[in-house]
Design a protein around this ligand. Structure first.
Ligand code: ADP
Ligand code: MG
Length: 346
């Protein structure tokens, strides 16, 4: 049976497997700016799962106990690793679970300029291409409808990236569907080229925002959502359990420097506009979810990002987090915060 086995998908979804969040870390190469100021690489992947710091000498003893030299994750990726490999190992399975009727989310987390957008845009394209390929193979047996939406959250304000209209959108609580974004455009995808057209439109919309609002991309979250609905072509087999619907979310998060105050243990939580409420709440939710939801109440409702993603985070939904980091010594403090976040998510 193929990936889109109707019954198989439903049973798996109903089983509600408690799975950990898949957490990986990707190091990027030093960039030209870092090289020109003679920055050095502090971090190294010593195998497929462990990243180590080559420079903890500048830390005090108490800092050294707070910041280990070595961190282990599900996977770590060296600076020369191509995005396709990152996708195959860190995101593919989670993304393709949408074909089995299971919701999923794939996040890029890291400080500004660490490679979130570079990683997430590649991962999104590989995943959607794979989904199109699987559908092509299954099309004799099942009928598919693919829907696509895109939004940005900036300062707790939600905007549609599939229209030129920048009016903030409201969130509504629907008794059946949970939180929905009112009036959000949902495009029915005709084919791969249509998807690529919509992606470039989103990118242009995001850029327009950036020129009017300084630093917008480092402060905003982008969610691209693909919904896959399918049912058997043979009308005689149609019953509720054989039709499937699920969504996969690709999330390019705001720069993690917007949340670092919470991770720096002992440091007083600073109030201010530079702290991003959605990013902080996401951190809290992820930490609680990684404990199998046993950490008590999960505050999904405390931010727009977590409200919108709630149905794709808890329950039997699948989650992958790719943490991106610069290997440069000058970024060591933010990088350690990213690694602590990643450790807590696991
Ligand atoms: P972020 O979205 O986290 O702010 P970007 O994805 O925009 O960061 O990356 C910053 C710069 O670094 C871009 O020019 C990007 O092309 C480059 N870059 C990021 N990750 C990699 C990588 N793994 N390999 C090569 N270049 C990268
Ligand atoms: Mg970016």
């Amino acid at each position: 049976m193929g990936l889109v086995g109707g019954e198989e998908g439903v049973q798996e979804a109903a089983a509600g497997r408690e799975e950990r969040i898949l957490v990986s870390v990707r190091l990027r190469p030093l960039n030209d700016k870092e090289i020109s100021r003679h920055d050095v690489c502090d971090w190294e992947c010593i195998n497929d799962t462990t990243v180590v710091s080559r420079n903890n000498n500048n830390l005090s003893a108490s800092e050294r106990s707070l910041y280990p030299t070595s961190y282990t994750f599900d996977r770590v990726f060296r600076p020369d690793c191509p995005t396709r490999q990152v996708y195959e190992t860190a995101a593919k399975e989670v993304a393709l679970s949408v074909l089995k009727g299971i919701n999923s989310s794939i996040f890029a987390y890291g400080q500004t300029s660490s490679g979130k957008t570079y990683t997430m845009s590649g991962v999104t394209e590989y995943a959607v291409a794979d989904i199109f390929n699987h559908i092509e193979k299954e099309k004799e047996e099942r009928e598919f409808v693919l829907k696509f939406s895109a939004l940005e959250i900036y300062n707790e304000s939600v905007r549609d990236l599939l229209t030129a209209d920048t009016t903030p959108l409201r969130l509504l609580d629907d008794p059946e569907r949970g939180t929905v974004v009112e009036k959000l455009t949902e495009a029915t995808l005709r084919d791969w080229n249509h998807f690529k057209e919509l992606l470039s439109f989103c990118e242009a919309q995001r850029k327009i925002g950036e020129t009017s609002l300084n630093e917008a991309s480092s402060r905003s979250h982008q969610i691209l959502k693909l919904t896959v609905e399918s049912c058997p072509c043979d009308f005689l087999v149609i019953d509720r359990s054989s039709s499937l619907a699920a969504s996969v979310n690709f999330i390019d998060l705001a720069g993690s420097e917007r949340a670092s105050q919470t991770h720096a243990a002992g440091a007083r939580l600073k109030e201010g506009s530079h702290i991003n409420r959605s990013l902080l709440t996401l951190g809290t939710c992820i930490r609680k979810l990684s404990k199998g939801g046993k950490g008590g109440h999960i505050p999904f409702r405390d931010s727009k990002l977590t409200r919108i993603l709630q149905s794709s985070l808890g329950g039997n939904a699948k989650t992958a987090i790719i943490c991106t980091m610069s290997p440069a010594r000058s970024h060591a403090e933010q990088t350690r915060n990213t690694l602590l976040f990643a450790s807590c998510a696991r």
